[in-house]
Ligand binder design. Structure first.
Ligand code: GP9
Ligand code: MN
Length: 416
């Protein structure tokens, strides 16, 4: 009957972060181009592999005058992988602890990022060269009120231009930019890349650096497909400039989830020069890059907020001057003074500026040593609470009972 909404909405209101006054609305009316960087983790950024640069272009963006690069940022996905990252991006809520919310709750009521932009005159769409029903996307995108899904059928895919899961990222970006050129502006396009996906295969002509030399073929090839992804992003920036879409856009790019699982710990330890990968290391390895690239902003910096994917939605809406004080979201604006250095993973692990909590052990973040759980306890409680509220919203389809415009609960609260 929606009665849980009272408590949930109190929690959301109490934990909301005030927008940064200087940033709010600063880029009103710009197109939003969001790029999901398949399986990209932060451990390769600004690092070499056997003397080779893995991500030269993405490295250059980390100290670019128009880029905010978030260096202590984490994915918050679960079993729903890419689809969870999409869910988080659109709703600033967690996916579910079991299964994929895209499959199980595709017909819920949401108040997505796309819907908010649609209300503000944007043409909203997702671009991804895969079958439209993969991850149940075609269904849930309707619930997200996305205007259009440029799926496999919108792309020209040939034997030559595909590898592994499908269309290679370079032609994908090129064709996407051409499609964007025809869109009414302002638009919001979210692009989902694919080449840097397990099992990380490339055609010989796309290989730019040698394999790594560990006992894991997966990790060895990963560096090569990441290198290709980096190249494709670089070319995409050129495509956007050619199409005249670059200057008036905000380009946000983020890793969707990990690419290298704990099955490859031995190889990872070798690469990272560690004796072993502990649960503490594994948690920190969930870091993925986030870039907010704003041509002409001239205020680029490395941002060290401890943050996660749930924070993207409020951050972008505020940059565009769209209020979220009534939105049922759990993330916080990354430019807000009130943004807290605390990121919760879907499985209950978390990272703060002082602690890492993983495998039910509280670690001192600085030293990596296990410490008394007492120190982590307040955060453990909050993590449990927040994940539970998120689950309640989804499992109870609670946004049915919520008027996002007024913040009114559409339930009878008197009987309680
Ligand atoms: C499939 C692509 C990959 O369309 O998004 O999904 P993943 O396996 O990474 O969740
Ligand atoms: Mn993915």
């Amino acid at each position: 009957d929606g009665s849980e909404l009272v408590e949930v909405s109190n929690y959301v209101r109490a934990n909301q972060a005030e927008p940064n006054v200087e940033m709010f609305g600063k880029y009103e009316g710009r197109n939003v181009i969001a790029v999901s960087l398949e399986s990209l983790q932060s451990f390769v950024i600004n690092e070499e592999m056997n003397g080779e640069m893995v991500t030269p272009f993405l490295n250059s963006l980390t100290n670019d005058k128009d880029t905010y690069y978030f260096s202590d940022f984490y994915h918050q996905t679960g079993l729903g992988k890419t689809s969870d990252s999409e869910f988080i991006f659109e709703n600033s809520l967690y996916g579910l602890g079991r299964g994929a919310v895209f499959f199980t709750h595709g017909e819920n009521t949401y108040n997505s990022f796309a819907e908010r932009l649609g209300e503000n005159g944007y043409f909203t769409n997702v671009m991804h060269a895969n079958n439209k029903s993969f991850w149940n996307r075609d269904m849930i995108y309707k619930s997200f009120k996305l205007d259009q899904f440029y799926d496999l059928e919108s792309y020209n895919v040939t034997e030559e231009t595909s590898v592994n899961w499908g269309l290679k990222d370079i032609p994908f970006f090129e064709q996407s930019a051409a499609l964007m050129k025809e869109m009414p502006q302002p638009f919001y396009s979210r692009l989902i890349t694919l080449t840097n996906h397990y099992p990380f295969y490339l055609d010989p002509e796309d290989i730019m650096i040698p394999e790594y030399d560990s006992n894991s073929g997966t990790l060895n090839r990963y560096f090569q497909t990441v290198r290709y992804l980096d190249e494709s992003v670089k070319e995409f920036f050129d495509d956007l400039k050619e199409q005249g879409l670059y200057e008036n856009s905000i380009i946000v790019m983020y890793g969707d989830h990990y690419g290298i699982s704990e099955n490859h710990n031995k190889a990872m330890a070798k690469y990272l020069n560690k004796e072993e990968i502990t649960p503490y290391d594994s948690a920190l390895l969930q870091a993925v890059p986030l870039y907010i690239h704003i041509p002409g902003s001239n205020d680029g910096q490395v941002m060290d907020n401890v943050a996660g994917q749930l924070d993207i939605r409020p951050t972008l809406l505020h940059l565009l001057g769209i209020e979220t004080s009534k939105d049922m979201q759990l993330g916080a604006d990354l430019f807000s003074e009130e943004h807290e250095d605390f990121v919760i993973f879907r499985d209950g692990r978390f990272v703060t500026d002082k602690y890492v909590y993983a495998g039910e052990v509280c670690y001192d973040r600085e030293t990596g040593e296990a410490i008394d759980t007492e120190a982590c306890q307040p955060f453990i409680d909050r993590a449990t609470q927040e994940l539970e509220y998120s689950d309640q919203i989804i499992n109870g389809d609670l946004l049915r009972f919520y008027d996002t415009e007024t913040g009114n609960l559409l339930i009878d609260t008197n009987y309680k």
